[in-house]
Design a protein around this ligand. Sequence first.
Ligand SMILES: Cc1cc2nc3c(=O)[nH]c(=O)nc-3n(C[C@H](O)[C@H](O)[C@H](O)COP(=O)(O)OP(=O)(O)OC[C@H]3O[C@@H](n4cnc5c(N)ncnc54)[C@H](O)[C@@H]3O)c2cc1C
Length: 223
Amino acid sequence: MEHSVEILGIEDVTHNVRSYRLQRPAGYGFTPGQATEMSLDEDGWRDNKHPFTFTALTDDPELEFTIKSYFDTGGAGVTERLYGYRPGQRLLIRDVWGTITYKGPGVFIAGGAGVTPFIAILRDLHHRRQLDGHTLIVSNRTEADIILREEFEAMRGLDIVWTVTDDPQSSLPHERIDAKFLKSRIRDFAQNFYLCGPDPMVKQLRGTLKDLGADVENVTWEK
Ligand SMILES: Cc1cc2nc3c(=O)[nH]c(=O)nc-3n(C[C@H](O)[C@H](O)[C@H](O)COP(=O)(O)OP(=O)(O)OC[C@H]3O[C@@H](n4cnc5c(N)ncnc54)[C@H](O)[C@@H]3O)c2cc1C
C-alpha cells in the first residue's frame, strides 16, 4: 500500500547526509532494521522507487529516514533531488520489508551509509538499556563522513571503532576492515555479526568472517 506523507522537518547530519522527519500513517509499524521503497511525490518521480531504512524508534509518533545524497548523478538521482526538498513537501512510502534483523548481541560492521539499519537497531537497544555486549565498527572515507558520531559515542555500553580510509589529518585508525583488523579487535567469532555497506565490502567481509570461524548464518547483509 502507498502512503503520501508530509516532511515535517529536515536536519543536516553530515555534509551530505540529512535526517527527514515524516508524518506517520495510522497503524504504520516497522521493526528496527526494516526499510521501505520510497519515492518523491511529484510528477515524473513517483515511480522512481529506492529503498531506505527507518531510523526512528518504533513507537515514535513520527517516522524518520537518514539519507545520504549523491550529487554526481547529473540531476537524475533521487537523493540529489531530495536534498533540495523542504518541510511541507511530500514523499511516497510503501509496505515495510525486512533487511537486517536483530538476532542478539554481536558486532555491527558498516561501510559509510550502510550504518543506517544499525541506527534503528542500536537506538532501540539503547532505549531499552540493552546495549552491553554490542560493538559497532564503521569505516568511512573521512571523519567528516561519520554519521551520528556524537550520538553513538554517547550510547553507554556500546563499544565503537571508527576507521577512515582517506583522511591523513585524522587521529582515528587508518585501517581497512580485513582479517588482521578483525582479529586484533574481536575475540569471539561465534557471536552475531551484522554487515551492511557497499556490495564489494560486504562480499569480501562475509568471506573473511567465514574464514575466521564465524557462522555464515550469523552474517546478515543487504542483498
Ligand atoms: C535495503 C536498503 C536500505 C537502504 N537504506 C538506506 C538509508 O536508510 N539511507 C541511505 O542513505 N541509503 C540507503 N540505501 C541506499 C539507497 O537506496 C541508495 O543510496 C539510493 O537508492 C541512491 O539513489 P540515487 O537515485 O540518489 O542514486 P543512484 O543513481 O543510485 O547513485 C548513487 C551513487 O552510486 C553511484 N553509482 C550508480 N550506479 C553505479 C554503478 N553501476 N557502479 C558504481 N557506482 C554507481 C552513483 O554515481 C552515485 O554516486 C539503502 C539500500 C538498500 C538496498
